[in-house]
Write a protein of this length. Structure first.
Length: 165
């Protein structure tokens, strides 16, 4: 699957009283991966067209907002001087939205700490309403397209949690 990997340097303060990296930090790791991906230089063809990063093409049309995030924690992550690695790719592209898949791993990618997905919506800066993705955005996102996030357990919409009415 096409993906990008970025090192995430852990800090001692990322751990909580339970001796592992706090779940709130995982959300920040996802954010860091999204920002880094949006700032990567695009292929030469896009640069010739005046588009240098995904962020630069997105700024022309509005901004992206997180609509939904889901994280499945697989293995506790503890502080280390070695960075954790975050993998990011696009799992879905809709009319005004798209989704990223993530895996948080060790450097070898043998240990998976978490799998996640984040749904993003393109909105107008003036109205706050969803706006369609541009052709340029679709082309870029398509180049980052991969498989769905590899969740182990995911409850379907048709089968709500037990006891919920």
């Amino acid at each position: 699957m096409p993906l990008h990997r970025f090192p995430i340097q852990l800090r001692f303060g990322d751990e909580d009283v339970n001796g592992h990296v706090n779940n709130v930090r995982y959300v920040q790791f996802l954010e860091e991966a999204r920002v880094r991906l949006s700032l990567l230089p695009l292929p030469e063809a896009d640069a010739k067209a005046g588009v240098s990063t995904f962020r630069s093409v997105t700024a022309e049309f509005g901004t992206t907002l997180v609509a939904r995030q889901e994280i499945e924690y697989m293995t506790p992550l503890t502080y280390s001087q070695d960075p954790a690695w975050i993998e990011i790719w696009v799992t879905e592209v809709g009319g005004s939205s798209f989704s990223y898949g993530f895996r948080l791993t060790d450097e070898s990618a043998e240990t998976v700490y978490a799998v996640a997905e984040a749904s993003m919506v393109m909105v107008s800066r003036t109205t706050g309403r969803p706006v369609p993705l541009s052709d340029a955005q679709r082309r870029i996102l398509g180049g980052w397209r991969g498989e769905p996030a590899p969740f182990r357990r995911r409850r379907s919409v048709e089968s709500p949690a037990e006891g919920v009415k």
